[in-house]
Design a protein. Sequence first.
Lengths: 161, 729
Amino acid sequence: MSTENASENKIVTFTLAKQLFGIDMSSLIEIREWDEPTPLPGVPSYIKGVTNLRGNVVPVVGLAERLGWEPSVLHARSCILVVSIDGKQAGFLVDEVNDIVAISSDAIQPAPEVENGEQNMLVGLVQIDARGVEGGEKKQTMVSLLDLNALSLTRHLDLAA
Amino acid sequence: MSDFDDIQAIFFEECAEGLAVAEQGLTAMVAGDTSPDIVAGVFRAVHSIKGGSGAFGHSALLAFSHCFENLLDEVRAGRIAASRHVAQTMLSAFDVLADHVAAAQGQAPAPDDRAMLSALEEVLRTKGEVGDAAAAPAPADAQAAAADVVDDGQADEADEFGFVPVGVSLESFDLEPLEEMPQDAAPSAPAWRIRFAPSREAMANGAEPLLVVRELERLGAMLTMAETHNVPPLRELDPEGAYIAWHLTAPAELDEASLEECFDFVPPDSEVDIGRDAETDGVAVHAKAEDVVPVIEALPSAQIHPLPVAESPRASTAAVPVTTLPTAAGDGQSQTIRIDVAKLDMLLNLVGELVIRNSILSDRLAPVDQQRVELPQLGRLTREIQDTVMSLRAQPIRQAFSRVPRMLRDLCAETGKQVALDIVGEMVEVDKSVIEKIGDPLTHMIRNAVDHGIEHADERVAAGKSAEGMLRVSAEQKGARIFIQVRDDGRGIDRERVYAKAVERGLIAPDAQLTGEEIDNLICAPGFSTAETISNISGRGVGMDVVRSNVEALGGRIEIVSEWGVGTSFTMVLPLTLAILDGMIIRLAGQRYVLPLSSVVESVQPEPGQVRRVSPTNEVIELRGNYVPVKRLSDMFGVDPASCTRPEDSLVIIVEHDGTGLVGLMVDTIEDRREVVIKSLDQHLYPIRGLGGATILGDGSIALILDVDALVASPTGNGSKFALKGMAA
């Protein structure tokens, strides 16, 4: 069923503030369990600090806060998605990692325009099959695809500076 | 033949050695030391490079080294005086030679050597502009000439081997088996005697007669004599011709077939005589005694360098190929290998991970179990690996400074200025990548200093300075930064002219109000150059702005300090990415921080009342009658004071800061003192004010490295977005 023109992407889905989000699989380096990072002085509150990732000092970001949601509450399934954005690595604190799904780029719908001058951090929206359906009845659920470049920490700071 | 590449690799190693010897010698010659030893050393170095290049078919290298050698030969023979001019020319020729060697190795395109060749020929033709060769004492001249002929013979013999590194220490050569050899080369058993005289064209098809000799040696044969009487004088020598015949003895137990097998690939018109001892004994006897060189006798006393002229020169010189060949083969495995820095980084990171896993393991295992699985031993080993890997990347900055002396000499020769050089701090260790990247900026800074800064001798004298200018190149590590400074005592920056030029070039508005510093910094603006005439040193307007962009690409900045008539200093302030820092590990509210030890003056456990509040927000500590401002690290880092040690139990660490002198930092406690690897924060985040980076401690946790200067300085002048404000500490 693979189509030639519409490329198929794999995305990682995860939960933040009970919402389902997704990022492109190719950006993902690894998933780690939560480990209290070393706090940094004078940084925005969503930067939780830095952690040691295979000898690299990598920032850990409260992704929920970064996106303007309530800060994540740490729990047993909290984990860190380590991603690479333009060669820079960052760890995103997420509430739960759900799945890896393949989506067709055709299926991505544009995200609604944001109004208040905030930068749009979404690539788009996509429907995927919901997990754990019962009775063979498939349910669809919405995933917000994040634009990692828009999330880039350095970029945000350039704008703020 | 599969050995070819290996042998060629050895040749290139020897080229590198030869180049080092030649550079040293030529440098000494330029400095005025033209003793025969030195000249001969350079000659031999160039000569052996030439020899090898012929053997391996590097024709461009061969042609150039040949020309270079001709000049050296004349100098060595005393027919051309080793004047400063000649030495300087040869030093320049050396550069081209080095380029040729690099080209032969495929590391670089072949250099354009036409100008250099004609310069060399010019010197040869004009006899170094001296022309009074007659002035030289005739006997010495004759003797030198005589020695020259001999040397030619020797040297060209070496040519055929292509492996004559000069000054190879015989100490490194295992002489024991040779001493066991019969001194008279006449073993009692009827050993095999072999004479091998390759045809003149032996090397024409890429064959290498020497490999035959090696093969025989592998079978246990001993080289006993070499006939060198066929070797022509240097100028008549065909570098690809074979002139030498060898005599070898082989153990009697070898069978003839295996010996003959060695000659399978020898050109048909070569002479090969294999016989039992008695049968071929006559060969050596019949050869003219002085032409047959008793190799073995020469060995124990073999003194390759300097060349003995008076007593039996051939004996010792003939020993060269024989003694050095096994050395070259034995020591051929190079002492250094090239490694991709990325691999080194990966290794470093993985080792760091290993250390962490190790400590996690030790946390989770009871001490008894740790011992049972020998975890402590594993831990020590892991840490040793980590230390070693860490040391791999840090290199003394000497590597970057090593080319400064000759660069300066070249500049002096080109500009006619006299400049003395002072290099300071070449042992400062910086990351390899930094060393690689400061080369160009450093070159530009030095060129700039010589071309624009330092005046001509007459001008200097007129200004009341010494005729010789002074250039000081220094490196210093201060905290998490390295300062690389080029300082001259020249005329300083002419701010009026710089200003006028900047207006003319449209870099600034005609009515711009600039401070002196800002004008100085215009030098680094793109497209700026004040050179009156375009010289080939600087003046293309690509100098200092390249420096600035290079330095900024490294995350550093340029500081310019200049005083009219007194001098100028350019300082590259670079971060020590991945460099190793000697740090004091301090603790505050459970977090660990690293304080660069270089900025720590002392630590004080304050007595009650020693720390006093002078305003609601300011405290001082009384230190032997002086009041030193105290800052609480908890305030600076926004740490909840409740989670810190009570102030009366805290420590105050007195640090020194460029701008404000002594400042006390209040912390909970000092934990340790150790070297840490600096990881810059902007690799994955962005630079954070007050932090020089971070480091990963042995247990895998991260400690932030404090940037004392930024912490202690008043938080104003921070937003120096305008790079012109390079002076901010």
